[in-house]
Design a protein around this ligand. Structure first.
Ligand code: GLY
Length: 385
């Protein structure tokens, strides 16, 4: 895959813009204190804006409201539950009601302010209102910045599973304000780093080198200027990879599937743990499993497989899971919407930046790979819970 380096900012503090190609190209803007960029991303025709946010971000939502009102927009706020609780048909129906009461038309817009659950929900409501209105995503977690808010996957959960109802609806723009990351619990940042490391393994080795240089600087409660600069470069590089992939394959016909590296087992762990594990922690174990699978299948060398453990553990991410859960994990993986019929399908690596697929692996191979990540002690590390 050709490398697209993020366009360097004109000055060290200027925002970086990365364009995502597609039917309607859009920019991901990365920097510090970016509220003044929001009207430009909303566009000239928008009059009314609904800001969807969790309760913990009420003050930020009010700041957005004040700023947009000063620019002449009519602004409404809608508070939604935290995390996965937000992604329900009931919450979506509540938001459709708000849009209806406020007479939102096709030229009005939604802003999704929050983590990945909020941006998934906001995107879904924008995709479905009047068959699609503009949404600008303002992710406030690392995971949402480098993954959920970019790429146009939107959705809600049903009683039967995660993201079973949704739509591809690319945003009109994404605003990644890195200042937001410093007020979050360190565990949230660490969990987001799992997706950053994933991006390194599938497409950009420089990401791995940057993490390896000083992992403690990325997970420090109080970040140094050097840590901030590295984190910014990691976000820029991760977004650049995601932009390239989704620009080429919005609907996951083929290439986009590589973004699911580590997710087949990761999603299964999340399900078995009833979502008590953070997504990034589950994906961390999932990547080590996928690396072992590739190594045992003779497709990946020992050094790259071992590098998975070293880099993830250096960030404090888990790399093992309970040995007594294998049958339940297998059942969950078979139910995964990315499986083909009963055939299990994994993204695996043949080297760094060389993703490939492994379909219908021998059950003995699967069990042997799981033996490499399993442990007997009850689950539960600080990051997982
Ligand atoms: N989170 C994987 C994707 O956006 O395709």
């Amino acid at each position: 895959m050709p490398e697209t380096e993020p366009e360097a900012p004109a000055t060290p503090t200027a925002p970086t813009r990365i364009t995502v190609a597609g039917e309607r190209p859009y920019d991901v803007v990365i920097g510090q204190h970016l509220l003044d960029q929001l009207p430009g991303l909303l566009g000239e025709r928008v009059r009314r804006v609904l800001v969807i946010h969790p309760g913990a971000l009420t003050a930020s939502a009010e700041a957005v409201q004040e700023d947009l009102r000063a620019q002449g927009f009519e602004v409404f706020l809608a508070e939604v539950p935290e995390a996965e609780e937000a992604k329900s048909a009931q919450v979506a129906a509540f938001l459709w009601g708000v849009l209806g009461q406020a007479d939102f038309t096709r030229t009005d817009a939604i802003v999704g302010l929050g983590g990945g659950s909020t941006t998934d929900l906001a995107g879904f409501v924008a995709a479905t209102w009047l068959r699609g209105i503009r949404v600008v995503q303002v992710p406030t977690t690392l995971l949402a910045m480098v993954d959920a808010a970019v790429g146009g996957k939107t959705g809600i959960n049903t009683a039967e599973g995660k993201n079973l109802v949704g739509a591809f609806h690319p945003p009109a723009g994404v605003l990644c304000d890195l200042a937001a990351l410093e007020s979050l619990p360190v565990h949230d940042r660490t969990a987001g780093l799992a997706e950053v490391v994933k991006t390194g393994f599938i497409a950009d080795e420089r990401i791995l080198e940057l993490v390896e240089q000083d992992p403690a600087a990325l997970t420090a409660a109080v970040m140094t200027d050097a840590g901030r600069a590295t984190l910014r470069e990691l976000v820029e590089r991760s977004v650049a990879v995601k932009a390239r992939v989704v620009g080429e394959d919005l609907r996951e016909a083929d290439l986009r599937e590589i973004l699911n590296y580590g997710h087949t087992l990761g999603h299964a762990i999340e399900q078995v743990e009833r979502f008590a594990w953070r997504h990034g922690a589950a994906v961390s174990v999932g990547m080590v499993f996928a690396a072992e699978l590739a190594r045992l299948a003779g497709r990946l060398d020992d050094a790259v497989a071992d590098r998975h453990r070293t880099v993830l553990e250096s960030l404090g991410l888990p790399t093992t899971y309970r040995g007594d859960r294998w049958e339940r994990l297998l059942t969950a993986m078979r139910r995964d919407k990315k499986s083909r019929g009963d055939l299990l399908r994994f993204v695996v690596l043949e080297g760094i930046g060389r993703p490939s697929r492994l379909e219908g692996p021998d059950p003995a191979l699967l069990a042997a790979a799981y033996a490499e990540v399993s442990r007997e002690a009850p689950s539960g590390t600080a990051i997982s819970l």
